[in-house]
Design a protein around this ligand. Structure first.
Ligand SMILES: Cc1cc2nc3c(=O)[nH]c(=O)nc-3n(C[C@H](O)[C@H](O)[C@H](O)COP(=O)(O)OP(=O)(O)OC[C@H]3O[C@@H](n4cnc5c(N)ncnc54)[C@H](O)[C@@H]3O)c2cc1C
Length: 416
């Protein structure tokens, strides 16, 4: 069933009795050509592009919970292509282009909203760094505009410009940056993949990976063993645990990232805004809630929930930047488990086990990467070659020292 305005009209006149489930819920088969472990954004997009771009007919996505239960349904929905380093910049640029055609490709409204993103800076040194970043973005073919304080004031008059400690010196505007509805992205990819014959199997936890003679042969699951010619581990915060099932140790630490949303307010924040002197960023959802977040928890953990010290840390940054937020009531907070890599950049690569692939290390920025990540992993699995925009996302860079350290903070997971 294709979705369209006409379909909404017709179904409205017929009492909405004709809608069908968005994706099939098949029983797992005994064997597939390709099995993707993890039904988050990256796993679903990998399966979709395997079927759509490469015509792979026999693909299953195995998800231990329900679609949208992981980080894909927990993030703060920011989509941008403002990376600086070669390796990252072409990848995220490719991803943003895919976002721009995603709704028609999937025939699904993912509410992609290019409302513009402004990164604030608060010193001369930071301005120089953002000017360089803006130039890199423009050289990459993306968009960037350096704003002085008056330029920022035009867009965001409600900020505290005269803050004694952190005065606002300007901002880097990325007009094509913005947001999308997070869980709709999972549903849209699931529906489109299912229409191409991908089996999406929820409530199917992978509990083991059978490796024989150095080759991945099958996965054991809560629904029985499933054989596969190729297996991809795409489980975000659980990457180390699942890779360990094949005897692999990953350079990944799992940390919690929290987010917060206020009660619904009238429209007051048009853009995505990020503070330059602390980790704080904010946007307003279409329902009116102010959605914001900040740093990850500094210690490793698998607890997908929030805690008060980090809540206080984020609220302090919020109040410093925009004291008016103190009048809004926080409705809820939540946490997701981030797969933090030592250099803050992802891994899309083969593993030393033949037929076993890895997609992880998205840190707190993997939502925007969902289209290109699936595109590139599908390319690698189907053709045996890394896609040109993901060539540097190699697993062995942590051994060879070819790091992709976007933040320049060194190889420490909790600093990226
Ligand atoms: C609070 C928060 C804010 C964020 N904000 C942003 C943002 O604004 N912009 C941005 O770009 N990124 C953001 N991110 C990061 C982004 O959400 C993640 O990087 C991305 O969603 C991770 O990929 P995924 O969607 O595939 O992960 P997930 O949705 O977590 O998918 C992994 C799936 O694997 C499944 N799984 C795990 N183990 C097994 C197993 N053994 N068997 C079967 N299935 C298994 C899990 O149940 C899960 O559904 C944020 C994250 C959080 C938590």
């Amino acid at each position: 069933m294709r979705y369209s305005g006409l379909r909404v009209l017709v179904e409205g006149l017929r009492g909405n009795r004709g809608w069908r489930p968005a994706w099939h819920r098949p029983e797992p088969k005994d064997a597939y050509d390709m099995v993707v472990i993890g039904g988050g954004g990256h796993g679903l997009s990998t399966a979709y592009y395997l079927a759509r771009n490469h015509g792979v007919k026999s693909v299953a996505v195995l998800e231990k919970g329900w679609l949208g239960s992981g980080n894909i349904g927990r993030n703060t929905t920011i989509v941008r292509a403002n990376y600086f380093l070669p390796g990252n910049s072409e990848f995220y640029s490719h991803s943003l282009k895919l976002w721009e055609g995603l709704e028609s490709a999937l025939n699904y409204n993912v509410m992609h909203s290019q409302r513009g993103l402004i990164n604030l800076f608060h010193s001369d040194g930071q301005r120089d760094a953002f000017a360089r970043r803006g130039n890199a973005m423009i050289n990459q073919g993306d968009d960037a505009i350096l704003l002085d304080p008056d330029g920022v004031r035009e867009h965001l008059p409600w900020l505290d410009f005269e803050n004694v400690r952190f005065p606002i010196y300007g901002g880097l505007l990325h007009p094509r940056g913005g947001t999308a509805r997070h869980d709709a992205v999972a549903w849209g990819y699931a529906r489109a993949a299912s229409r191409l014959g991908v089996d999406i199997i929820e409530n199917c936890e992978v509990t083991g990976i059978r490796v024989e003679g150095g080759k991945a042969k099958a996965v054991t699951t809560s629904l029985g063993e499933i054989a596969a010619k190729k297996v991809a581990i795409v489980v975000a915060g659980r990457s180390s645990e699942v890779a360990a099932m094949a005897g692999l140790t990953l350079p990944i630490e799992s940390h919690v990232l929290q987010a917060f949303v206020t009660e619904g307010l009238k429209p007051c924040i048009d853009h995505v805004v990020s503070f330059g002197m602390g980790h704080f960023y904010i946007s307003q959802s279409d329902k009116g809630g102010l959605v914001f977040g900040g740093d990850i928890d500094f210690y490793a953990s698998y607890a997908a929930r929030g805690n008060l010290p980090m809540a206080e840390h984020v609220m302090e940054a919020a109040m410093t930047l925009m004291p008016m937020i103190g009048r809004a009531r926080v409705l809820r907070s939540w946490g997701g488990i981030m797969d933090m890599s030592p250099d803050g950049s992802p891994i899309i690569d083969r593993t030393p086990v033949e037929g076993l692939y890895l997609n992880c290390g998205w840190n707190y920025g993997g939502f925007k990467a969902v289209p290109a990540s699936g595109w590139c992993l599908a390319h690698l699995m189907a053709t045996g070659e890394s896609h040109e925009v993901a060539r540097r996302f190699r697993l062995d860079r942590f051994a060879t020292g070819h790091l992709l350290d976007e933040e320049g903070t060194g190889s420490q997971h909790n600093l990226h």
